[in-house]
Design a protein around this ligand. Sequence first.
Ligand SMILES: Nc1ncnc2c1ncn2[C@@H]1O[C@H](COP(=O)(O)OP(=O)(O)O)[C@@H](O)[C@H]1O
Ligand SMILES: [Mg+2]
Length: 384
Amino acid sequence: MKMSIYLPREDSFLIQIAVKDFAKGKVLDMGTGSGIQAVTAASNKNVKSVLGIDVNKKAIEYCRREVKNKKIKFAVSDLFSKVKGEFDTIIFNPPYLPADEYAPDIALIGGKKGYETVERFLDGAGKHLNETGVIILLFSSLTGREKIDELIGNNAFVFEQVQQKGVGLMETLHVYLIRKNDLLKKLEKLGLSDVRKLTKGHRGVIYTAKYKNKKVAVKVQRPDIQVKSLFREIACLKKLQKYKIGPKLLLAEKDFFVYEFVEGKFIEQFIEKASKTKIIAVLRNVMLQCRQLDKLHLTKEEMQNPYKHVIVGKKPVLIDFERCKYSPDPKNVTQFCQYLISGKIGRLLAKKGIKIDKTKVIKLAREYKHKSDEKNFREILREI
Ligand SMILES: Nc1ncnc2c1ncn2[C@@H]1O[C@H](COP(=O)(O)OP(=O)(O)O)[C@@H](O)[C@H]1O
Ligand SMILES: [Mg+2]
């Protein structure tokens, strides 16, 4: 692949406006090319120093030869690989075009789909951005604006558009100002790092992060959902810690909590792969946890379909207690019985040579429902 020094073009002049307006303090100019943004930033009064980075050695040699400015230093680095410390401003006019056979040049092409370099950049940027720092990022409509917005959200950043310009008939250039969102700032203050969005649940957004050298999960209430259930889940998890049910709770705040990340497979994927003895041990273990919840008069709900809520690693861990609440006659054991005799799981178990006597389990579950004592529970457990 060709590696030319990127000479200033239309996109450079567009991002330059934002650099003049917003570059402050200690500045990192990623992919500095000819050094144009580094020089622009350095001319701001409130800019103290600028580090220009490029993966292309020739570009850095060129900058060192041509740019004589005491505020500016240059270094070769593939994105953040050689960068140390935090910055107040990070500028990036990235290669943002989807790969095109006719222009195979690393200074222009951002990867097969165009956004790959931006993705790698954003994944590394949080570590090098101060709490109040800003990223000034340019990209094109050809990079995919929705994708860029998604990548920003995945890193717990927020953005505002500060420049937009049409070029030619088909393309629009965008310049974003990107900052850390309030959640990320709070989490970093508590000592968490590498915060990434994992998934959106029914009512929560789950992030993963690093905390005390361990992978953790962070659950936040979804802002678009009216029902607020976070406080209930925190209360339940607190109560369940001493019974070793649910993930370990590490930190609880008003609008989020930090808990153990459970490594493993969802229960059905586990059943598909595991041996008969292991499956039986896991099902019995889940049944015992259900019994413990019953004894505590807590109903977790959805135990008749716990597909995404039982993760099996070293042992099975129940997750998602957002609907867990006090009930005089709790339903965990009976719901899990329902699950075990359902057609879908029945077929899975049959393949592994595990037969559960449906009629008998239904009968025993009825008796247990009527009288939820240890004796009736043991009868059920014996059937697994
Ligand atoms: N502690 C955790 N460890 C591993 N994965 C988790 C953890 N918490 C949540 N997840 C993943 O995120 C998904 C959604 O989490 P969940 O607690 O069910 O959120 P919601 O209450 O919004 O449904 C889960 O199905 C699971 O895949
Ligand atoms: Mg859920």
